[in-house]
Design a protein. Structure first.
Lengths: 168, 781
């Protein structure tokens, strides 16, 4: 309840986005629309250059008949949702146990040096964002990082350099 | 039933009950934070860990169902170690700011820390800090103190029905709050102050003004709606410092509305009337009680003819006050007394039930399977009843409304949005769909009605339900065709087998009828041999003398303009009031300061017909005196017989004996007139009374006046109608009603039906207008 009143749900989002969200909604029982919230947030985030505004979260809430705060809870809980603008390439560096004992500090230091930014910051040209994340389930290849949808494992400064050079 | 053993003591319990419910019942203390008897179980704080024999580790008492033969130890070394461990973790991030925390002295965390905490912390790292958010004028936040019990979050979702608070972030970064800067707008929001076990959520108006141990607690009854919620008044040095609920399972459970919680602020507003005053050649003068009362008595006697005297009383007055007001009035030879200040249609007088009531117990509302509410903004008018109605709706009851404004509801319900005249037709259509014909006025309107799909849906919901109710609210009571709505609602209820009931407007609307504060009813709801005039006629045919009790001209009457004219033309207006106002000063000749809520003893009869007496908690401010005493002395000065009361209990007992055997009864008689007074050619005003404009006290409660529900007067109109009238948002417009004008801002509001403009009553800026419901014209200012 206390959902945001909208006169017409077709006014929210583009036809494509609605179509994508609807596919997820269709996977759940009719009165459990809110189950699609994570997918909806991801779809909306992707279409917005990788981050979510409060307005977009409110739109998701309205579209799925949820209280806005319930959407904020989800969006703030998962680290994959961004609530501030991010660079074109979001570099997620794992610093959790396995990566840490395999010297993820060196990965962080190298990236910070090379890009001239700290964890949580974005380069001035808007190309890179550095983000510290928890275990991504690739401990076998520690230390590791994720850029976009791609995992990069067994990192060394040299490997990192070549990866970054390979990006547009 | 199962038998369990707790600390060696044998206890009987219902299978499936949680352990903590059983131990609470038996008076065995188990510390807890997240558990609350009225909220769902979250079992997240782990403070309630206890030892259960054969369980491998301590179990949370709040989430462990009892089982036959279970052996529990709440104070064993294992249990205590577990509780101590939890407490140590909870205190890691809790600030040590008890000396500046309002919760100090009544903090559950403090108490449990004393019982099972350590005296020194082993935690040397930095504590986290959470910036406080402004969540409105009622609740102060200090979120660094929050221990994440989520009671406030669950309250929003489960009780208030509005999810406003939430837990955002994760792990150490999790915070409880609204995420965005926003006010908490539920009409029950203040309850999270009581729920919060720590000082994260405290009362903003009370903040830093007293310590819990300096306060004394006395009982009271809430004065702002017909529920009669039970209260605890917290006092210091003869002042009400704050108000909290007192548990009463059959009335308010453990909740109260924000209106009942924060209205006490109005007691100490600058315009409290604290000395008797008389007007001499246009100037107000302070005088002694003797002078003022002598003048009042002499003035009333001078008028001579009884029927030239009218007594208009507020339905928020106590039973004792109302009884004595009618006694004094009738002693003067007049039956002209009325409490129905906000009613506009009196065609039902004589045919309406004398002791009308809710029709069921308050606690029975949640068991309804269907309900039809006619002319009721229940959530704002009677928040606790609305909470019960919501409970019914959430468990599947079909709830329908017929209203001239679309409500913001916290559950799913059918809402028929229509003009005031349309409301009559919609209700008649439901009657028709039920195959009812009715008599007199009802027959005429039902005959013309068409049973459309909406009507059929309501009809079948009521008919198919095991337990159904049809109820009239405040908007219906103020409707220009109240008499027709009332007979129709009764027909609908009878035809569908539903209970018929009234959601009475004020704390003592039901009591006023029993006390005989009506022109055609004597105390004990007995029909008067000689009938007086109703409140409307008493203004349309102005009297020479008026006695006002707790009624403020300009705000408390159905037609503010009419009231002003009537009072202006009178020779004598004696006002017994708690507060003064420019409108009152203009109208009155004598102002007698009376005790307000919490300052007087008395009795209210709630809408379920329950009598609840209370004592005066504090002395009246200044020279104000309890109104029952003032009326008694007035009776004495007028040489009236049997007016020698020494206590309000004596007055109550006298009335109670007159009411003996009088049973609540909602049977409605027959009326003839089927003229639709609400049928107008142009725009009709919807003059509902917003919750914080209800009476003298709330209108002066400063924190409530800053909430969203206390929006200033405006012309609310839908976009279509605004366009037709040449108005757009933010413009201001001149509204004309009965030749009287007011200039107000325009607000475009999709919740208002075509043909209507909502200009709420009881608000500053509307004193000059006419009837709460009546034709108006708009013009761009
Ligand atoms: S603010 Fe109070 S009630 Fe809400 S979660 Fe925190 S401690 Fe619990
Ligand atoms: S700890 Fe880095 S991937 Fe698991
Ligand atoms: S009270 Fe049982 S876990 Fe919180």
């Amino acid at each position: 309840m206390n959902t945001i009143e909208v006169n017409n749900k077709a006014d929210i989002f583009s036809t494509e986005i609605r179509g994508e969200i609807d596919q997820w909604v269709a996977k759940y029982p009719a009165d459990w629309k809110q189950s699609a919230v994570m997918a909806a947030l991801r779809i909306v985030q992707d279409a917005n250059g990788g981050w979510l505004t409060t307005e977009l979260m409110n739109d998701v809430a309205a579209y799925l008949d949820m209280a806005p705060i319930a959407v904020y809870e989800v969006a703030t809980f998962y680290s994959m949702y961004e609530l501030k603008p991010v660079g074109k390439h979001k570099i997620c560096i794992c610093t959790n146990v396995s990566c840490m004992i395999n010297n993820s500090d060196r990965v962080v230091d190298h990236l910070e040096d090379r890009l001239g930014i700290k964890l949580g910051q974005t380069t001035e040209d808007g190309r890179f964002t550095l983000k510290e994340v928890e275990c991504l389930g690739a401990c076998g290849g520690a230390p590791m990082m994720q850029i976009g949808k791609q995992y990069y494992e067994n990192l060394t400064p040299e490997i990192i350099d070549s990866i970054l050079e390979g990006l547009e | 039933m199962v038998t369990i053993e707790v600390n060696g003591r044998e206890l009987k319990a219902k299978a499936g009950d949680m352990l903590i419910e059983v131990t609470d019942e038996a008076g065995i203390d188990i510390p807890r934070f997240c558990y609350h008897k009225k909220l769902s179980i979250s079992a997240s704080c782990r403070q309630c860990l206890v030892e259960v024999k054969n369980a491998p580790k301590p179990l949370p008492a709040c989430a462990t169902p009892v089982m036959e033969g279970m052996k529990v130890f709440t104070r064993s070394p294992l249990a205590l170690a577990a509780q101590k461990g939890t407490m140590e973790f909870l205190l890691i991030n809790h600030p040590l700011d008890c000396p500046i925390c309002d919760q100090g002295g009544e903090c559950e965390l403090q108490d449990v820390a004393v019982a099972c905490g350590s005296d020194a912390s082993r935690f040397v790292e930095g504590k986290r800090v959470v910036p406080a958010k402004n969540i409105g004028p009622l609740i102060a936040t200090e979120m660094t103190r929050c221990i994440h019990c989520t009671r406030c979050v669950r309250f929003g979702e489960e009780i208030a029905g509005i999810r406003e608070m939430g837990a955002t972030g994760r792990g150490e970064h999790m915070v409880i709050g609204t995420y965005i800067e926003k006010s908490i707008d539920s009409e029950l929001s203040g309850n999270i102050i009581d729920l919060c076990p720590v000082g994260a959520l405290t009362s903003k108006p009370f903040r830093f003004s007293a310590r819990a141990w300096e306060l004394t607690q006395v009982e009271g009854v809430a004065p702002h709606d017909s529920v009669g919620s039970n209260l605890h008044l917290h006092l210091r040095s003869n002042k009400v410092m704050r108000v909290a609920p007192k548990d009463n399972e059959s009335i308010n459970e453990c909740w109260i509305s924000d209106r009942d919680r924060f209205s006490y602020q109005g007691l100490y507003s600058d315009d409290r009337l604290t000395v008797p005053k008389i007007k001499q050649s246009g100037e107000w003068q302070d005088v002694t009680w003797e002078v003022a009362l002598d003048m009042a008595a002499a003035g009333l006697q001078e008028i001579g003819e009884g029927e030239q005297i009218a007594t208009l009383v507020s339905p928020s007055s106590t039973l004792e006050e109302l009884y004595l007001a009618q006694k004094v009035t009738r002693g003067l030879g007049s039956n002209n007394i009325d409490y129905r200040l906000r009613q506009g249609d009196f065609r039902l007088d004589g045919a309406e039930p004398a002791f009308s009531w809710l029709g069921l117990k308050i606690s029975e509302i949640e068991n309804l399977n269907a309900a039809l509410l006619v002319g009721s903004n229940t959530r704002k008018e009677q928040p606790i009843l609305a909470h019960n109605l919501r409970k019914a709706a959430v468990s599947g009851a079909k709830v329908h409304f017929i209203n001239p404004l679309q409500l913001e509801l916290n559950y799913t319900a059918g809402q028929q949005l229509t003009t005031p005249a349309g409301m009559v037709q919609s209700l008649a259509a439901v009657a028709k769909a039920l195959g009812a014909t009715g008599e007199g006025a009802a027959a005429k309107v039902i005959d013309k009605a068409v049973a459309d799909d909406d009507a059929k849906a309501i009809a079948s919901a009521l008919k198919d339900a095991d337990k159904a109710a049809v109820m009239l609210g405040n908007i219906a009571a103020a409707h220009p065709d109240y008499s027709i709505l009332c007979v129709l609602a009764s027909v609908v209820a009878n035809a569908s087998g539903a209970t018929f009931g009234f959601l009475a407007e004020a704390a003592n609307s039901v009591g006023a009828r029993l006390a005989g504060a009506m022109p055609h009813l004597l105390p004990g709801a007995k029909v008067a041999a000689e009938k007086g005039l109703d409140v409307m006629k008493l203004q349309k045919l102005p009297r020479k003398g008026y006695l006002l009790l707790g009624a403020e001209p300009g705000y408390d009457f159905w037609d503010a303009g009419l009231t002003r004219n009537a009072l202006e033309s009178a020779d004598l207006v004696v006002a017994l009031n708690t507060h003064t106002s420019p409108a009152l000063e203009a109208a009155a000749d004598i102002m007698l300061p009376i005790a307000a809520f919490a300052e007087t003893s008395g009795t209210y009869v709630n809408t379920a017909g329950e009598w609840q007496s209370f004592r005066g908690a504090v002395k009246p401010l200044g020279e104000a005196r309890p109104a029952w005493k003032v009326l008694r002395v007035l009776g004495n000065l007028l040489d009236q017989e049997d007016c020698e009361y020494t206590s309000s209990e004596q007055v109550r007992d006298e009335l109670a004996s007159l009411c003996e055997g009088v049973m609540p009864d909602n049977s409605v008689g027959k009326t003839e007139s089927a003229d639709l007074q609400s049928a107008v050619d142009g725009l009709i005003r919807i003059g509902d009374v917003p919750p914080y404009a209800l009476d003298s006290l709330v209108r002066r409660a400063s924190a409530l006046q800053q909430t969203k529900d206390a929006a200033p007067a405006a012309i609310c109109i839908n976009a279509e109608e605004a366009k037709k009238a040449g108005l757009a948002d933010c413009d201001s417009a001149v509204v004309t009603q009965d030749g009287r004008e007011a200039t107000l801002p325009v607000s475009i509001d999709a919740n208002i039906p075509d043909g209507c403009v909502r200009i709420s009553a009881g608000l500053a800026g509307t004193e000059t207008l006419g009837a709460q419901f009546g034709e108006v014209t708009l013009e761009k200012a």
